[in-house]
Design a protein around this ligand. Structure first.
Ligand code: ZN
Length: 199
């Protein structure tokens, strides 16, 4: 990239940090942006600034939203007795796209992992426990990946609740959610089915 200038190099270096983009894809993306200034670069700059200014984290469920509490948490039509626990916002978005769930969510922000040193205090775990302890919850749906980390996380939550309140049902999305898979990668029909046949 010699000669391109530090601005372009910085742009490429930052783009390369995005998931799914390596150095090579980042260079292609940077080139596309710079060549399409009016159609791409300027609108994207404005959209990113807008997102940086307005997007916050819902204090109830932890989801990304432009309002706090988020639109889902503050919607009186959503079932307050059901909480669907997801790893990241991408899973919440996938569920909302399908429209298979009318309750509310809790976004953990990751999964427990001994290998990666992720502990309960690194996730939005206490917030979830507090929400359940506050009462009025009849079902917790674990929409977590069928990985060791996903299962460990689900077990941890179940363990924490065991001594508290046995009236809360804990269910898991049916098989069909891929091992090591992200909910976001599933097609809409699969998500809806996994939801309906939860156990
Ligand atoms: Zn919320």
């Amino acid at each position: 990239m010699a000669g391109a200038g530090p601005e372009i190099e910085r742009l490429i270096a930052l783009l390369a940090k995005l998931p799914g983009l390596g150095q090579r894809s980042a260079r292609r993306a940077a080139l596309a942006l710079l060549k399409r200034r009016e159609q791409l670069l300027l609108p994207l700059t404005a959209a990113m600034q807008d997102a940086a200014d307005k997007v916050t984290t819902c204090r109830v469920c932890g989801s990304l939203s432009t309002q706090d509490p988020c639109a889902i948490c503050s919607d009186p039509a959503r079932d307050r007795a059901m909480i669907c626990v997801v790893e990241e916002d991408s899973a919440l978005w996938a569920m909302e796209r399908v429209g298979a769930f009318s309750g509310r969510y809790h976004v953990l922000g990751g999964l427990l992992s001994a290998l990666d040193g992720v502990r309960p205090e690194d996730l939005r775990m206490e917030g979830l426990i507090e929400r359940i302890k506050a009462g009025g919850i009849s079902e917790i749906i674990m929409a977590l990946p069928a990985t060791v980390e996903g299962q460990t996380t689900a077990h941890y939550i179940a363990d924490r609740l065991k001594y508290h309140d046995n009236s809360v049902t804990i269910s898991h999305l049916a098989r069909g959610v891929p091992v090591g898979g992200d909910l976001d990668w599933l097609d809409d029909g699969t998500i809806a089915h996994a939801f309906k046949s939860r156990r």
